[in-house]
Design a protein around this ligand. Structure first.
Ligand SMILES: Cc1cc2nc3c(=O)[nH]c(=O)nc-3n(C[C@H](O)[C@H](O)[C@H](O)COP(=O)(O)OP(=O)(O)OC[C@H]3O[C@@H](n4cnc5c(N)ncnc54)[C@H](O)[C@@H]3O)c2cc1C
Length: 730
């Protein structure tokens, strides 16, 4: 705790101690007020301004320091100043006092809480941001919750002081009036219990119920408002219409068909979307060829003769196409039709929140209606407006797969997952790759030690990685393509044959006519979705890359479940999407697989953590395969085995990660992983060894010392020191 906090605590302790020591709390009793009422009243008549001011100051101190006596003070306000002045003085003083208490709690405790319970606090903050004013008003109106507790608790949230003071002031007015009014009748009240009479309680209960009723009414009005001006169809062609046949759309349609809803899936291009046609599947096929090339090039690691890699690039790309063709039936219209989905080839756009216009690929146009609509239109590679770039006929993940000739000198723009996966694959296939990244490291979302390991491997595979380089201009000079990059104030010239742009993705929203239904996109181009994946209307949803924030096939599928289920059954129950355990893998070599928090994120969010590392160079299976490099890093709360996050960097990282993901999802700690039998020698044993590292670091030293003594005693020996080191934690 810093000095200013200590000082404030000291001042508070002195005032509170003085108040209690001088029996201040005993002065503030109903009996005291009643017995001195006439004498005090006479004095106030002669010194009204001084009396009101003094009263307000005392009130502020009592409430700010959460001293006992606020109720009596309120009654006294009514008794001595009457309804009008009493209400004014009490409502202002109580608001000021409550705000001071709120500030004190915030100053003393919020940082500590945020550090220790970051997840809970950030969840609370999100709730407060959304409904905080409403909740505060409810708490103020319902006198069940002690006044001082609300002040202190609210101080720990992210609510703005202005909002807090204003809402408190307004919401406390009815209750203050009741108490002040009761104070004017002080002569008749014999105990504070009389205030809480049946009549008064009833009025408070009504006041408490009022905001709940108000919330329901507001929700109803909001829904009515959003649909105002639209004519809802009397009947619908479908229960669900899905726009886009990529990962998100396919899963949405599958779920709808599985629960016997009438569903149509509209796809303007190829079923399977990005993942099958231009994303995960072709890239992983290419990466496999690259890995084979690497194995041949380094066959001597396995006692064989290393050979120069020869082969036809065309054949490699044909293999990629074959792989796509082999996976294609999983996403084909034929399969989905069999499942009960109407597959429509065409482009959809909005007519109303229930109606789409579909331009069929054969030229026909028709309109279709549904109770719910899901937008699953995905994204496309973003090409930044760098002068001259478009003249280079840049490659992107969309058109790359049509390439027939291997580029000799490939310039890759972007050091994120897609840029890195492709840069590494092309380098291993024999291209001279220069990778340009404007940030300080590759895979910037991962921790620095992860990026470092990947960078090392990239450099040893011959990639010319240019960090902190920002591409500023492209030119053709003497028939040669050249990129000019800004690097720490210098201009760097990089000649190349082909440029591959992988600097981010843009959501596909053009042509959907979202403006017709009043849906704006966010600054990053995605559509704004609520927790239940709905857009502006409770019956219109979005999922997958078009919605973000994750751009993975499994994230799209995860969101699709919520969109489909809420779209079909949302009138009865709505489910909120849960991203707490979202794993991902970057398929470079070494692979990088992560779930939960990284160290950098934990620090950013103020989450206390400790790190357990296990080096894959220790794993027998990794050694047997000459792949003994990389590590596992697990974050846990200090002293606990709960997994906050895990990253695996190395061969088969994606597979190893699955165990940590499962453990996190189901609340299993490292002790449970350690207590599970893992077959030998597998890559997954590494998860168990990482758990073992954690256990070793948390060995109960006291018990071990006792055991050491016990064993020494059982041996009948005296000197047991040598054994000690065997059990000592690292
Ligand atoms: C090179 C690369 C590698 C990747 N590797 C991985 C990986 O290894 N693992 C992973 O999890 N993710 C990976 N991804 C990301 C993954 O491909 C996407 O997250 C996923 O495909 C998103 O699915 P989606 O359904 O949201 O969108 P998409 O798959 O893009 O599908 C959207 C579909 O909607 C159609 N459409 C658009 N507008 C309309 C309209 N108006 N009417 C009708 N149809 C329309 C489009 O034609 C498209 O078929 C990779 C991406 C790339 C580019």
């Amino acid at each position: 705790m810093n000095r200013s906090k200590l000082l404030l605590l000291l001042i508070i302790a002195v005032i509170v101690g003085g108040f209690l020591g001088l029996d201040g709390h005993k002065l503030l009793t109903l009996e005291n007020l009643q017995s001195h009422q006439s004498a005090i009243g006479q004095w106030i008549d002669q010194n009204l301004v001084l009396a009101v001011t003094g009263y307000a100051v005392i009130y502020v101190v009592v409430t700010a320091l959460s001293l006992p006596g606020a109720t009596i003070m309120t009654l006294a306000g009514g008794a001595f100043f009457g309804n009008l002045y009493g209400l004014a003085a009490v409502s202002i003083a109580s608001t000021v006092g409550a705000s001071l208490a709120f500030l004190v709690a915030r100053f003393l405790m919020r940082d500590t809480l945020r550090k220790r319970y970051a997840e809970t606090v950030s969840k609370m903050d999100r709730g407060i941001e959304k409904d905080g004013a409403f909740y505060l008003a409810t708490l103020r109106l319902v006198p069940v919750f002690p006044f001082f507790l609300i002040n202190l608790a609210m101080g720990l949230t992210a609510m703005k002081l202005r909002t807090y003071a204003l809402v408190s002031w307004i919401a406390m007015l009815p209750g203050t009036f009741v108490y002040v009014n009761a104070g004017t009748q002080l002569g008749q009240i014999q105990s504070t219990g009389d205030i809480v009479s049946a009549n008064l309680l009833l009025s408070f209960a009504l006041l408490g119920l009022f905001p709940l009723i108000a919330k329901f009414v507001v929700g109803f009005i909001r829904r009515r408002k959003v649909y105002a001006g639209w004519q809802k169809p009397d009947h619908f062609d479908y229960n669900l219409l899905v726009i886009g046949g990529g990962s998100a759309g396919l899963v949405s349609a599958y779920i709808a068909a599985a629960v016997k809803a009438k569903v149509a899936l509209i796809e303007k291009h190829k079923m399977g979307g990005d993942c099958l046609n231009t994303g995960c599947v072709p890239s992983k096929a290419l990466i496999r060829s690259a890995k084979a090339a690497d194995t041949l090039r380094h066959a001597n690691r396995y006692g064989l003769e290393s050979v120069p890699v020869k082969g036809s690039f065309k054949n490699i790309m044909n293999r990629v196409k074959d792989v796509i063709a082999k996976v294609e039936p999983h996403d084909s219209p034929e399969r989905y039709r069999k499942l009960g989905v109407d597959c429509i080839s065409g482009e959809a756009s909005f007519v109303s929140p229930w109606e789409l216009e579909v331009k069929h690929n054969d030229g026909r146009t028709e309109r279709l209606t549904a109770r719910s609509i899901i937008v699953a239109t995905g994204g496309k590679p973003a090409v930044p407006p760098i002068p001259g770039l478009n003249d280079m006929q840049p490659l992107t993940s969309d058109n790359l797969w049509e390439l027939e000739e291997q580029p000799q000198r490939l310039l890759v723009l972007g050091g994120g997952p897609i840029g890195s996966e492709l840069a590494h694959a092309f380098a291993r296939l024999g291209c001279h790759v220069t990778q340009v990244e404007k940030g300080e490291r590759l895979l910037a979302k991962e921790d620095a030690d992860v990026s470092e390991l990947v960078l090392k491997q990239f450099e040893s595979d011959g990639i010319d990685v240019r960090l902190k380089h920002s591409a500023a201009e492209f030119r053709i000079e003497d028939g040669e393509k050249v990129a000019y990059c800004d690097y720490e104030g210098e201009t760097i010239r990089l000649p190349f044959d082909q440029v591959l742009v992988a600097v981010g993705r843009a959501a596909n929203t053009s042509g959907l006519h979202l403006e017709r239904i009043g849906v704006d996109t966010l600054p990053n181009g995605t559509v704004p979705v609520e927790d239940d994946m709905s857009l502006r209307y409770p019956n219109v949803f979005a999922c997958g890359d078009v919605a973000g924030p994750y751009q993975f096939t499994h994230a799209a599928a995860h969101q699709a479940w919520y969109a489909a289920v809420n779209g079909l059954f949302g009138q009865f129950k709505r489910f909120k999407v849960d991203y707490r355990v979202m794993p991902w893998v970057t398929f470079t070599s070494p692979e990088v697989a992560r779930v939960g928090l990284s160290e950098a994120e934990a620090q950013e969010q103020g989450v206390a953590y400790e790190v357990t590392r296990y080096g894959l160079d220790d794993l027998d299976r990794a050694i047997a395969e000459s792949e003994d490099h990389g590590f596992i890093k697990v974050l846990t709360p200090p002293g606990k085995d709960k997994i906050l996050g895990a990253v695996v960097v190395g061969a088969h990282a994606g597979e190893i990660l699955a165990e940590f993901t499962l453990a996190m999802k189901h609340g299993l700690g490292l002790n449970k992983i350690l207590g599970t039998i893992h077959p030998y020698p597998t890559w997954n044993e590494s998860a168990k060894y990482a758990a073992g590292e954690w256990k070793r670091a948390h060995a109960p030293e006291g018990i071990l010392r006792l055991l050491e003594k016990l064993h020494g005693w059982r041996r009948g020996g005296k000197n047991t020191k040598a054994l000690r080191s065997t059990y000592a934690p690292d």
